[in-house]
Write a protein that binds this ligand. Structure first.
Ligand SMILES: Cc1cc(NC(=O)CCC(=O)O)nc(C)c1Br
Ligand SMILES: [Fe+3]
Length: 259
């Protein structure tokens, strides 16, 4: 990066990845949030967008969570974001598969490059499938929330946006992050085409999507920290066993006629 913060034209693919990793590591350490534009480039970005709009027209998306809105005295139920989960392996979404492997490359390389091989003191060893989300654009929004409030293992949220010619004033759909420790300052992220956003998934980054008035697409990946994930799975297993033995006792009691 020269003084204006413009990246000199690095020659090869690997140099581009390395340069991006340095930016992700620096910004995640400094702000806990990182935005990279022109992540895939126009051509590959467009092929991902075409796959997503193709899925949408085919009706692949499940109806998003119900957000009931008090309109006068009748409950007007509006749908929030509509989502579908993709692993990117089958032929019909090979370009989404390309995006996923590109984000994997950045995260795993950043994981290695960061000081003592840990980005933000995490050891990343896996991720969720890709969650493809669409806001239909009738004023649908997403309430302020934390992605991982209770240590379920997810440490980094990566969101890739696909919205061309997006105008916040007309189209809304701003992602507003309220980073912990920023006092009353906020991070306003416009969901622009071929932009990728990374942020810590835990309570450091409450965020909301403001009402969108045009169809708004995003693809989200959540990366796991090895130890937090392992601990979450262990805890879940214990809870399941406790529930199972509890219901067993009830069944035994009722079957043996005890009150
Ligand atoms: C289903 C679901 C969606 C989201 N999406 C956002 O936060 C919006 C990000 C954006 O589109 O800019 N987050 C969680 C924790 C769940 Br669960
Ligand atoms: Fe979220």
């Amino acid at each position: 990066r020269d003084e204006e913060g413009i990246i000199e034209e690095p020659c090869g693919e690997q140099e581009v990845i390395d340069e991006m990793c340095r930016i992700v590591i620096r910004d995640m350490d400094q702000f806990g949030v990182c935005v990279v534009d022109n992540f895939l480039g126009y051509k590959r970005g467009m092929s991902v967008l075409q796959e997503v709009t193709g899925m949408y027209t085919k009706g692949v998306f499940k109806d998003g969570q119900l957000v009931s809105k008090k309109v006068k005295n009748d409950l007007k139920t509006i749908r929030g974001d509509q989502i579908t989960w993709i692993d990117g392996k089958d032929e019909s979404c090979k370009n989404i598969g390309l995006l996923i492997s590109q984000v994997d490359a950045i995260i795993l390389r950043a994981n290695k490059m960061a000081n003592n091989g840990k980005i933000g003191n995490y050891t990343i060893n896996g991720r969720t499938k890709a969650m493809v989300a669409c806001y239909p654009g009738h004023g649908t929004h997403y309430v302020k929330h934390v992605d991982n409030p209770n240590k379920d293992g997810r440490c980094i949220t990566a969101i890739y946006y696909l919205n061309r010619d997006w105008n916040i004033q007309q189209n809304g759909g701003l992602l507003r992050i309220f980073p912990e420790g920023w006092q009353d300052k906020v991070a306003d992220i416009e969901p622009f085409f071929d932009r990728i956003l990374f942020f810590w998934s835990d309570r450091r980054n409450p965020h909301e999507v403001q009402p969108a008035f045009k169809t708004r697409y995003a693809i989200t990946l959540w990366y796991f920290d090895a130890s937090e994930r392992q601990e979450a799975c262990r805890r879940h297993k214990t809870e399941m066993e406790a529930q199972a033995s509890e219901s067993n006792n009830i069944v035994n009691k009722t079957s043996s006629g005890e009150s």
